[in-house]
Design a protein. Structure first.
Length: 284
């Protein structure tokens, strides 16, 4: 695993990122999940290169090599993305969000629509107004991150310890209970990368994921139904993390959205459709 590239942000924080694909291609910024990092997008390196896409994958604050940002809001993320784009000499770009990265992609479209050329969402977390049919257990966890002091930090502390000290047990915790489609992905060629990606979430401890989950699971701070840019969505019918009914409700909420359903689950929807996901974000 190579060390990430970094930039210094205006407030003094360090933002880390990696690039994949074609360095002279159409730029697409890709955002990882609540557990994740820049490393997951290495799985799309060849597909991005084949399509002439310059894939830029930043670590959000507190993930990977990026400094933690106290009191961060969802709408603070577009500022970091634009600072990175400016540093790289990129004007307009597509955005892709996986799982908890989805709300961050939509936030960019809301905050800087003149710079976002296309949006792809895969296995995305959906806004609170869509979650009337959410899985009761998953919804209870999201509520607890907001209303129970210290819950989110405690929930991720054990994962951070396993990532640093017991990688086989960390992998088992990721895979146990997953739908068969995701277990197959973890057992296949992409599995080692996905485990390393998840572990990289906790390079700086559990603060990043612990702060991120309440941001995407509760009020986003803006109305996604005002999104002015067409959205392409990929979602698996077997997704046990974000149920397919939530994706349908989100697609109905957005002014201009195409929803592509498959028999995949949460991770496999990304792994099995990576090229199409990137192309949709770059094509506008």
């Amino acid at each position: 695993m190579t060390e990430p590239s970094t930039i210094d942000l205006p407030d003094g924080r360090t933002l880390s990122y990696a690039e994949y694909g074609d360095p002279d291609g159409r730029p697409v910024f890709a955002f990882h999940g609540v557990i994740g990092s820049r490393l997951m997008w290495s799985l799309c390196d060849e597909e991005a290169a084949e399509r002439g896409i310059r894939l830029v994958a930043p670590d959000r604050p507190g993930f990977g090599g990026s400094d933690f940002q106290p009191s961060r809001r969802l709408l603070d993320w577009p500022g970091d993305v634009c600072a990175l784009a400016d540093d790289l000499g990129i004007d307009r770009f597509g955005v892709v969000g996986f799982s908890g990265g989805g709300p961050h992609a939509v936030a960019c479209a809301h905050a800087v629509p003149d710079r976002v050329r296309g949006i792809s969402l895969v296995s995305t977390v959906t806004p609170p107004e869509t979650r009337g049919s959410a899985d009761p257990f998953n919804e209870a966890v999201l509520s607890a991150t907001r209303f129970v002091p210290g819950f989110s930090q405690a929930a991720f502390a054990s994962s951070a310890w396993l990532a640093a000290n017991a990688r086989p047990q960390f992998r088992a915790a990721l895979v146990t209970g997953s739908p068969e489609q995701d277990r197959a992905v973890f057992d296949g060629p992409a599995g080692e990368t996905l485990v390393a990606d998840s572990a990289e979430s906790f390079r700086g401890g559990s603060r990043g994921p612990a702060h991120d989950l309440p941001l995407v699971g509760n009020d986003w701070g803006f109305d996604p139904d005002e999104c002015s840019i067409p959205v392409d969505m990929w979602h698996g019918r077997a997704d046990a993390t974000v149920g397919v009914d939530l994706a349908r409700a989100f697609g109905d909420l957005l002014p201009d959205a195409d929803l592509y359903l498959s028999d995949d689950a949460h991770y496999s929807a990304y792994v099995n459709n990576g090229g199409s996901i990137l192309e949709a974000a770059a094509a506008q």
